[in-house]
Design a protein around this ligand. Structure first.
Ligand SMILES: C[S@@+](CC[C@H](N)C(=O)[O-])C[C@H]1O[C@@H](n2cnc3c(N)ncnc32)[C@H](O)[C@@H]1O
Length: 422
């Protein structure tokens, strides 16, 4: 695909993302790398791009046509992050805006991008760190307060880099076949069984499409390993928020569970995960609301509650979330999570464990959800359930938190055990 065609596709997708579509869905199924880089990159760097563009515009950026906005952002992004010579990026943008049916903006796009490409580095260097690293101000303030300035800055910087594809193999033979083919597979530094192919990531994607490997962020895979360490032999496993089924499938692949059930609220998502989980020997896969789950109370040794959350650990993969999320969403989500957590506890067998996980790094959605325990439950220290070298930090409720980093998304886990009868 030539650059001009890539730009056109990317601009159209950016307009759809601005309209509410999810980039991960639009880009699913092996998009051209140049399109992917532009769509995700513009979303990732939006605040920094806008900080350079806005002073050069006569009208608010927000009042321009979405196509023109996408063109300006992408033109500057190509100079700032794709190392394209400014003249090439500007010419490409001018041609693009015409092809998008906005010819009247061509002169303005040309003038603004020519000016923007001069001295953008110096101008950005003078901006606040949250602008430089393109995160919303409220989120930077919150992370700095909760984790300290340096870890927060590192987390923001990590969230700006594209995430590698990491898989676990459903079929061991598929891994061996790749090796025989000469594909160099790299093991993950701390997540057991996670592999990447840095020189040939598209070959791994082919295995995912063929159903012999499953693509999942290492921090997310880690939840399954922790569940296995907590569950013990022949445990009865219940995954309450299971779709699209990644953690359930990996737990089943790893474990010697005596029984396994998976549920999710959304029927369409349950339909999608059913073939995967049934293939992995899940005994029951149902659509159900976890707050009124149709499962026997007190009958499950390991209940996983991988709760719906704000996803603040996943901006590497879902950069538009940064701009959609409102600060109030954290508290709203926490109230919902607390209801799910209390309902999940009812299902835990005596001596059994509820593992509560989210891909959010916000304390309200994690340690604060599990802070107050009903009588008969106690917190489990998770450190011993972790493999070596995981870059975790403790939470105030004996949980573990991974901040977004080069090797994985941000994630938080807590575990609670129901007392066994004396
Ligand atoms: C973080 S995702 C789960 C990801 C999944 N565990 C995996 O590894 O593939 C959260 C899921 O919770 C589901 N959910 C939200 N509210 C629920 C409820 N009340 N009961 C059951 N599932 C719910 C959502 O549909 C969503 O699929």
């Amino acid at each position: 695909m030539r650059s001009s065609a890539e730009r056109l596709t990317a601009a159209r997708l950016l307009v759809r993302v601005e309209g509410g579509a999810f980039s991960s869905r639009l880009l699913a199924g092996g998009t051209v790398p140049g399109v992917r880089a532009r769509v995700l990159g513009v979303q990732r760097w939006m605040r920094a791009l806008d900080a350079i563009l806005e002073p050069l515009l006569r009208r608010d950026l927000g009042k321009l046509d979405p196509e023109v906005r996408a063109t300006l952002r992408m033109g500057l992004f190509e100079t700032m992050r794709m190392d394209l010579p400014p003249a090439l990026a500007t010419d490409g943008a001018v041609r693009l805006v015409r092809r998008l049916g906005c010819s009247s903006a061509a002169g303005m796009v040309n003038a603004v991008l020519r000016k923007a490409s001069v001295g953008w580095r110096e101008r950005l260097a003078k901006a606040e760190i949250d602008v430089q690293l393109a995160h919303p101000a409220w989120l930077w303030e919150r992370w700095r307060e909760n984790f300290g300035a340096e870890p927060a800055e590192r987390a923001m910087a990590a969230a700006q880099e594209p995430a590698a594809t990491w898989v676990w193999f459903l079929l061991e033979e598929a891994k061996e076949a790749l090796r025989e083919e000469g594909v160099a597979l790299l093991p993950h530094p701390w997540c057991p069984g996670a592999w990447s192919a840095p020189e040939d990531p598209r070959r791994l994607i082919q295995e995912v499409i063929a159903g012999s490997a499953y693509a999942q962020d290492p921090s997310s895979q880690l939840v399954a390993h922790v569940a296995l360490a907590l569950g013990g032999d022949s445990a009865r496993l219940l995954d309450l928020c299971a779709a699209p089924g990644g953690k359930s499938a990996l737990m089943l692949r790893l474990g010697g569970w005596s029984r396994a059930a998976a549920a999710d609220l959304r029927l369409t998502r349950v339909r999608l995960m059913r073939p995967l989980l049934e293939r992995m020997d899940a005994t029951v896969v149902v659509a159900a609301d976890a707050t009124q789950a149709p499962f026997a109370a007190g009958a499950w040794d390991l209940v996983l509650l991988d709760a719906p959350c704000t996803g603040t650990g996943t901006f590497r993969r879902h950069p538009e979330l940064k701009w959609r999320l409102r600060p109030e969403a954290v508290g709203e989500m926490a109230a919902r999570q607390r209801r799910l957590f209390l309902a999940g506890l009812e299902l835990v067998a005596p001596g059994g464990v509820l593992l509560y996980a989210t891909c959010s790094v916000e304390p309200e959605e994690n340690e604060e959800v599990v802070a107050d325990l009903p009588a008969g439950f106690e917190r489990v220290d998770l450190e011993t359930a972790l493999p070596d070298n995981v870059p975790w930090r403790p939470t105030e409720a004996s949980g573990i938190r991974i901040l977004p980093c080069k090797d994985g998304d941000g994630f938080t886990m807590h575990a609670v055990r129901r007392s066994a009868p004396a």
